[in-house]
Design a protein around this ligand. Sequence first.
Ligand code: NDP
Length: 306
Amino acid sequence: AKFWVMTKHFDGFPKNSDFELKVEELPEPTDGEVLLEAVFLSVDPYMRVIQSKNPAFPVGSHVVSDSGWRTHTISNGTGLTPILPEWPKDVSLSLALGAIGMPGLTAVYGIEDVLGLKEGETLLVNAAAGAVGSVVGQIAKIKGCKVVGSTGSDAKVVFLKELGFDEAFNYKTVGSLEEALRKASPEGYDCLFENVGGSFATVALEQMKNCGRIAVCGSISTYNDSTPQTGPYPYFTMIIKELKMEGFMQSSRQHKHPETLKRLLAWVKEGKLQCREHVTKGFENMPAAFMGMMQGENIGKAVVAV
Ligand code: NDP
């Protein structure tokens, strides 16, 4: 098996020298165990079973597994999630890492459980062309909402318009973020699906409508900070506007995953949910794919085809 290890904690933006590729011999699986082979890898790898001494996972089964950046893994079955049995042959299995997987689940829970998004409302989402953001915007359209997306390139703006976003802008070239947000929705925003954090969040808060809701999903603009940010959100705005802000983790809603994955698959089959992927070929390119994603090279979900 080949596997990647992190040789030291990132100091600022990740570097090639922070990663090391290693090789190890795996033993034969014993009773109850299976040998997994990675087909597509993400932060949460997707595998197929190539040897099995566990009747729950016959050879050839496809499962999602949190086994690290590895080509092969021996597993006793704990934590392996089989893909939906009704998975159609013409839907790429890699979507089990994207729209019909963890990022899709995150989008649904943020919209339904945290924001309680209602028909006719206006939603703002940032990192909008990414794995989570692109699903968020499309589900908000399915629910009959106005959707505004912020993203980091003109090509991504075009992509968001193709997905049906009402308004989209490139935050890197827009000049004043405040003006861009106001222009996209002069009446303000009922809901904010927050993936970016930092100064974006501070500016966006001022554009919320009274009693607006904010789902705090991620804070990618701060992940590589060497020192934690200290500046507070503009709390006074939250008081005056009576805003509600709630962080959430998709992983705390495991019991809802099967039913939610079925709904996501149905939307894909009905053509209501389009899925773009940014596929990097080759296990050796895992660090490059990871760093590229952090720098915004991906449109849609970033995956590595092993
Ligand atoms: P994406 O596919 O959206 O990829 C990351 C994107 O973030 C990049 O393409 C880039 O797009 C954008 N980005 C990177 N740096 C910055 C920056 N400084 N400012 C603004 N945008 C930036 O990733 P995911 O969809 O997988 O994740 C999106 C967010 O959701 C992350 O914050 C992640 O941590 C979070 N998350 C939370 C979960 C939960 O349970 N709460 C579960 C899964 C993800 P651009 O070109 O637009 O800049």
